[in-house]
Design a protein around this ligand. Structure first.
Ligand code: NAG
Ligand code: NAG
Ligand code: NAG
Ligand code: NAG
Ligand code: NAG
Length: 350
């Protein structure tokens, strides 16, 4: 009986997802993600469609919006960041740049294939938006990797982990069941991208314990990607990203001789001196560490802006830390700064 119910659930979700994509695919000329190898094996350096587009797509109707339009607008704007990261990598490096640095001969073509997958995500998110919604266009992005393939590959690992976390968090905002299933399907692909990197690039154990990290305030993670957007470079018509945007102080940490790990002291720094939290003397503050499906709060010392990463966390996968004025950061308003993305894997890389 349980088994039958589970099967029915799966069948319902599959039908819903495929009917979503059938209904929303716009131009019949567009290569369809899932049916076109443009999103798999294209290995040219010119951006694949729709990554070659430069402008937002303006609303064409005043039909009633989809309940998940806001979610997919935020996600499409985030996807432009991610797609552009891979597109820039494909353009900046040749296959031999990776092998010269000691990486495997397949590295460049994997980066190109991930770029193709991300172009498919652009189209999937554009098509998920209703015709009465703007579809944000690309800004200019500066990832700061220069000519160093190792810096590039470190950032690739960070970007994939971070996108797994915001996709998981966005499920809490999704209204339609089909949107939730689509978010999981995309998160799974980002996980494959990360798993490839952990095994093939870093030679690491790819696992992350029993659960990857669920962080409740996805827009706070999306906001971090604003670091890569060249200020003032977005098309005028693009909406504020992410929306709603808390514009929290963004944090980094003082790098020590050893990588951050459970039990180690973490001293937070604020990226923008003009946007820092103000702490009151008569209150307690907390550093809240989200890891797997749990969070652990510890004392945040406002005199030194430091805390100790909770010892009880396992040393695998991803931790997202925020500074909060309430234990457990139970509301998004209780978060005063962050999140800080801490990658415990592979050890020593970050
Ligand atoms: C691109 O794909 C073509 C056709 O499969 C192949 O011959 C070529 O070597 C590939 N180029 C790179 C740089 O991997
Ligand atoms: C992007 O590529 C598509 C398909 O090749 C093409 O129809 C479109 O005109 C291109 N867009 C731009 C802005 O070049
Ligand atoms: C990458 O390789 C190309 C030749 O394939 C070379 O011209 C270029 O200088 C290399 N770039 C770096 C950063 O090593
Ligand atoms: C801690 O952070 C505050 C901003 O909230 C800043 O004014 C202060 O200088 C920082 N303290 C140290 C020791 O860096
Ligand atoms: C963390 O290290 C800094 C610098 O050594 C020190 O000032 C601070 O008190 C430590 N914080 C905690 C919570 O132990």
């Amino acid at each position: 009986m349980m088994f039958l119910v589970a099967c029915l659930e799966v069948v319902t979700i599959i039908i819903t997802v495929s009917s979503l994509s059938r209904v929303v695919v716009g131009s019949t000329m567009d290569p369809i993600p899932g049916e076109s190898n443009l999103y798999n094996t294209y290995n040219g350096t010119a951006a694949p469609f729709p990554g070659n587009e430069t402008q937002p797509i303006l609303p064409t109707t005043t039909n009633s919006p989809n309940p998940d339009d806001l979610l997919f607008r935020n996600l499409l704007a985030a996807e432009w960041v991610i797609f552009s990261f891979y597109q820039q990598g494909v353009e900046a490096f040749t296959p031999s740049n990776f092998t010269d640095a000691g990486f495997k001969p397949t590295t460049w073509s994997r980066i190109a294939e991930i770029r193709d997958n991300e172009a498919g995500h652009l189209l999937i998110f554009q098509n998920a938006l209703s015709s009465s919604s703007i579809k944000p266009g690309p800004c200019k992005y500066d990832f700061g990797f220069g000519t160093d393939v190792t810096d590039y590959l470190v950032l690739q690992t960070v970007i994939e982990e971070t996108s797994m976390a915001f996709l998981t968090g966005l499920i809490l905002q999704a209204k339609a069941r089909s949107s939730k299933a689509a978010l999981v399907a995309i998160a799974e692909v980002e996980t494959r991208h990360l798993t490839w990197a952990l095994i093939d690039v870093w030679g690491a154990n790819p696992f992350a314990g029993p659960a990857d990290t669920a962080f409740p305030y996805a827009n706070q993670i999306l906001d971090i990607t604003n670091l890569f957007i060249v200020p003032g470079s977005c098309p005028d018509a693009n909406p504020v990203y992410p929306y709603p945007r808390q514009n929290l102080p963004q944090v980094s940490y003082v790098k020590g001789k050893t990588p951050l790990a459970p039990g180690s002291n973490v001293t937070f720094t604020f990226r923008d001196a003009a946007n820092v939290p103000s702490f009151r003397k008569d209150r307690n503050y907390y550093a809240v560490f989200f890891h797997g499906l749990v969070s652990v709060s510890v004392h945040y010392d406002t005199a030194t802006n430091s805390s100790v990463v909770p010892k009880e966390l396992d040393n695998k996968g991803m931790v997202l830390a925020v500074i909060a004025d309430r234990e457990g950061a139970p509301t998004k308003k209780s978060v005063l700064a962050g999140p800080l993305v801490i990658l415990l894997q592979p050890p020593g890389l970050f």
